[in-house]
Design a protein around this ligand. Structure first.
Ligand code: CA
Length: 238
């Protein structure tokens, strides 16, 4: 069964190639267009389920491409933009884009946006459980699509990485998630460097969850392997 088809319009290979591989692993069939012209051609040829559209293309402005695609089909469009100003966001959405992601974005963030937009557009979403569905583990509630989390009804103030990390761990609650998988999914596709940043972020996340590393309520360190988030009902331990 083929997953939803994504047309990725991005001229920068260092972004397009890892992103296409990531999308492939997440079950999306992805085609890359590196120019505006190729984007329109591949859109007409493949009728994709969603277009990820970079705003800065070599031949035309991505906003013109959005306008042109909008005139041709109802395909959902998510803009990839390095321009973070409110004006650009509004212009993008007025042109008919369904959402936008500001570079640099994490894998988890872009996948969550894609699934949310596909769900709204009524396309079939891969996997039985929509990964951006709210996650509830005892007194913890996470809404990945809204990028918000609450502990005992109180909203947690989490940075982007902390939220991504929490979602990744909580989605696999009860199972160990390896350090390599966390680095790949929360930070970058290919991570060859130190994973010290991971430990630092886990430390910050623990503090915000009121967790104690030596007697964890939420995040258990599995030495040499990774981390394990508490499954529902494990509360009260140790
Ligand atoms: Ca570009």
């Amino acid at each position: 069964m083929a997953g939803p088809r994504i047309l990725l319009v991005e001229d920068e290979p260092s972004i397009a190639e890892p992103l296409a591989r990531l999308l492939g692993r997440e079950g999306f069939a992805t085609t890359i267009a590196s120019t505006a012209r190729a984007a329109v051609e591949l859109h007409d040829r493949d009728a994709p389920d969603l277009v990820l559209l970079d705003l800065n293309l070599p031949d035309r402005d991505g906003r013109d491409v959005a306008r042109e695609l909008r005139g041709r089909s109802q395909v959902p469009i998510i803009m990839l933009t390095a321009r973070g100003t409110e004006t650009d966001r509004v212009v993008g959405l007025e042109l008919g884009a369904d959402d936008y992601v500001v570079k640099p974005f994490s894998s988890a963030e872009v996948i969550a946006r894609i699934r949310a937009v596909l769900r709204r557009s009524g396309a079939q979403v891969v996997e039985g459980v929509a990964p951006s569905a709210p996650i509830e583990i005892d007194e913890l509630r996470i809404e990945p699509a809204a990028r918000r989390a609450w502990l005992s009804g109180e909203e947690l103030e989490l940075s982007r990485k902390e939220l991504d990390l929490l979602v990744e761990l909580a989605r696999h609650a009860g199972d160990v998630v390896t350090r390599e998988d966390l680095m790949a999914r929360v930070w970058d596709e290919n991570w060859f460097g130190s994973t010290k940043t991971l430990d630092v972020h886990v430390g910050w996340l623990r503090r915000k969850l009121g967790d104690d590393a030596s007697a964890p309520r939420w995040i258990e360190t599995v030495r040499g392997v990774g981390f394990r988030f508490a499954a529902p009902g494990e509360g009260g331990a140790p």
